[in-house]
Design a protein around this ligand. Structure first.
Ligand SMILES: [Zn+2]
Length: 304
């Protein structure tokens, strides 16, 4: 997925991507007024209820300097001259673009995006359907590992970020990580692998050699459960640290700046958790099947 497509489909409102002349090809693909066969985006169509390719319909620059002109004759009789790369790039800057796409399954299903292009970046300032509508099916697959409540909270995290509410979004992402760790502890505790004492406390000896205990911090809980948790959560414990910092210390703007990386981390953690659960389920089925086979085999032996 190209950077502008990613901005359109997955990023929240007021998110910005940096641009330079190296991005000229991509910018012309998405922002040029001319029909461009390769300008399509792959996203969820809420009206179809399925993933679709959306084709570019038109792009309207709102300030009168955003039209790319190629192969135009400089004056009558002169051969056409393609503007320099620099000129083409500059002509795309400092304009507002309203892009329209339509669903290839039903051309009446539209998607609209409003972009502001400055000297240094492209900012998304409007869109319909919302990014939360685009991403909702992405969260649906987690229904086997997230309860209805937590699935709703994950959607709320996406919705809030899509509307520029970074701190609020971090609150929900943090709750999801905490839930994953606690649920994992409960499972390991039930199997007799991690005791309640070990999960909540760390024992240590003071300077007189007397045994004491203190509360186990959250990152230490993750460390304790490292064999059971998704590897990204263990290797990138900073994700929890950053969402926590977001709740207490970071500004709304900084949270929004960090949101894309942090939410991608949370999605990866959830994907890994899904895999762990699927493998565990498959293993249980295989165990059950092998037991059945062995029972049958043993019965056969007994009959001989
Ligand atoms: Zn559609």
């Amino acid at each position: 997925m190209s950077r502008i497509e990613e901005l359109l489909v997955t990023r929240g409102m007021y998110d910005t991507i940096d641009i330079s002349i190296d991005d000229l090809d991509e910018m012309e693909k998405y922002l040029s007024q001319s029909e461009y066969t390769g300008n399509s985006i792959d996203c969820f169509c809420p009206k179809c209820g399925a993933n679709r390719i959306f084709e570019f319909v038109d792009c309207k620059p709102r300030i009168n300097n955003g039209v790319v002109t190629v192969n135009i004759a400089d004056s009558f009789g002169k051969p056409s001259k393609k503007p320099s790369k620099e000129k083409r790039y500059k002509s795309l800057l400092n304009s507002r673009y309203v892009l329209t796409y339509c669903c290839t399954y039903n051309r009446e299903h539209n998607a609209f995006f409003d972009l502001l292009v400055t000297d240094s970046g492209v900012m998304k300032i409007g869109q319909y359907p919302s990014v939360a509508d685009f991403l909702r099916p992405k969260t649906k697959k987690y229904s086997s590992i997230l309860s209805e409540q937590y699935l709703k909270e994950l959607n709320t995290a996406i919705y809030l970020a899509a509307h520029g509410v970074g701190i609020g979004s971090f609150v929900y992402l943090r709750r999801i990580i905490e839930m994953l760790v606690h649920e994992t502890y409960k499972g390991a505790n039930k199997n007799g692998e991690v005791s309640e004492d070990d999960f909540f406390y760390i024992k240590y000896a003071d300077s007189d050699g007397i045994e004491k205990a203190r509360y186990r911090k959250f990152d230490e809980k993750i460390e304790l459960l490292k064999d059971y948790l998704p590897s990204t959560l263990v290797e990138k414990k900073q994700i929890y640290g950053i969402v926590s910092k977001g709740v207490h210390e970071l500004t709304e703007e900084i949270c929004m700046e960090y949101y894309h990386v942090i939410s991608s981390g949370v999605f990866l953690i959830l994907d890994q958790k899904l895999k762990i659960e699927e493998e565990a389920k498959l293993k249980r089925e295989i165990d059950k099947g092998i037991n059945k086979i062995m029972q049958f085999e043993n019965a056969q032996k007994g009959n001989l």
